[in-house]
Write a protein that binds this ligand. Structure first.
Ligand code: NAD
Length: 340
């Protein structure tokens, strides 16, 4: 971090991470540094739970075109890689209530429009490769009504009918990135993430997702256990991908010739009740569930379909849900102790 003029090592890649203050962006900065990149991180805010490892971290609002230009500008040449994670997003309590729809659509679309426009009008649009983080939320609701047999293969995205405005914006932006590839030759890579979780993710405040929320609720119980609230009847299904697997798959996609969109997720589908059971075992606390039936939920069933990514990138997830939850629970437990 710092505002000194960056010193570039000859030959090393230069990467810009948009949304570097967030969960996946923060982990990506760390992974890129470990691979020898010079990294600039940009976000509205610095990371909440750690210090950014970026060589340079700029607090910028990427909804503003001139600030995206600033984020992309270097004293010589252009970024080799841009990872676009910045978005207005959160868990079910944020994106499925309808209260944030206008901001979610406007803010995220504006960021993607700006990033692509600035790269397209740079001196060499084809020199910068851009990764875009789309979501499993683009898949049509009608294919995700049966919790035991959700359909989320890449080609099933159309006819489109995502169940949230967040999903519609992601679908629009996927098409936007594809259009800039067609018309400006910008090298884009697009992944559809399926529920990424792990340490350094939001775990309280209303934007947290199910794994973090359940870890927090169980970590707050006494050692003798107790009851927690779970949204819905708990029979809704999901799969969850541990962050290290997500980063590895993303980097593999970025360096491949495959443009996407491709699913990046786990195929270990569980019900939310089973997720609670896993966390309860990891915490070693007996837990009973009070189901909140009128809470915001999302689709009835969802699972990643990894056939395409296996064939094009030879990638598959390696962390079991139990292993990922063990690491995440320990981290959230430590965070809680820090504020008690
Ligand atoms: P996150 O909320 O932790 O990170 C997003 C970051 O974008 C935040 O730090 C936020 O401050 C930043 N941001 C928002 N508006 C901005 C603006 N105007 N200017 C600059 N920065 C801004 O989310 P995440 O979990 O790290 O997700 C990263 C990306 O992956 C998002 O695009 C998200 O939609 C996508 N995605 C995530 C998941 C998941 O399970 N985490 C699943 C599917 C897709």
């Amino acid at each position: 971090m710092g505002d000194e003029t960056p010193q570039f090592e000859r030959g090393s890649m230069r990467s810009l991470v948009c949304g570097a203050g967030g969960f996946i962006g923060g982990h990506m900065v760390e992974a890129l540094k470990a691979r020898g990149h010079w990294v600039r991180g940009v976000d509205l805010v610095p990371p909440a739970f750690s210090t950014s490892q970026a060589d340079e971290f700029l607090c910028l609002d990427l909804r503003r075109h001139e600030l995206v230009q600033q984020a992309l500008s270097l004293p010589d040449g252009q970024f080799d890689r841009v990872f676009q994670f910045a978005a207005d997003m959160g868990g079910a309590g944020y994106i499925f209530t309808g209260e944030h729809d206008a901001n979610v659509m406007h803010n995220s679309a504006q960021i993607n429009l700006n990033v692509l426009d600035c790269v397209a009008h740079s001196s060499n649009p084809t020199a910068t490769r851009i990764f875009y983080s789309s979501s499993a939320c683009i898949y049509p609701e009608y294919n995700q009504l049966d919790p035991d047999n959700p359909i989320c293969s890449e080609e099933s995205a159309y006819p489109a009918n995502p169940d949230s405005e967040y999903g519609w914006e992601k679908l629009f932006s996927e098409r936007l990135y594809a259009s800039y590839y067609r018309n400006y030759g910008i090298a884009v890579r697009v992944a559809r993430y399926h529920n990424i979780f792990g340490p350094l993710g939001t775990w309280q405040g209303g934007k947290e997702k199910a794994p973090a929320a359940i870890c927090r609720k169980i970590a707050m119980l006494p050692l003798s256990g107790g009851e927690i609230d779970v949204w819905g009847d708990g029979h809704q299904t999901r799969s969850f991908l541990y962050i290290d697997d997500c980063i590895e798959a993303t980097l593999r996609l970025m360096e491949s010739d495959y443009l996407g969109p491709v699913n990046i997720g786990s195929e270990e589908m569980v019900t939310i009740n089973q997720l609670v059971e896993i966390v309860s075992n990891v915490a070693n606390k007996p837990v009973s569930i009070r189901h909140i039936l009128d809470a915001p939920l999302g689709v009835r069933g969802r699972n990643s379909d990894n056939r395409l990514i296996r064939s094009v990138l030879n990638w598959d997830y390696s962390f079991s849900l139990h292993e990922g939850i063990t690491r995440t629970y320990q981290w959230i437990n430590t965070q809680l102790k820090g504020i008690q």
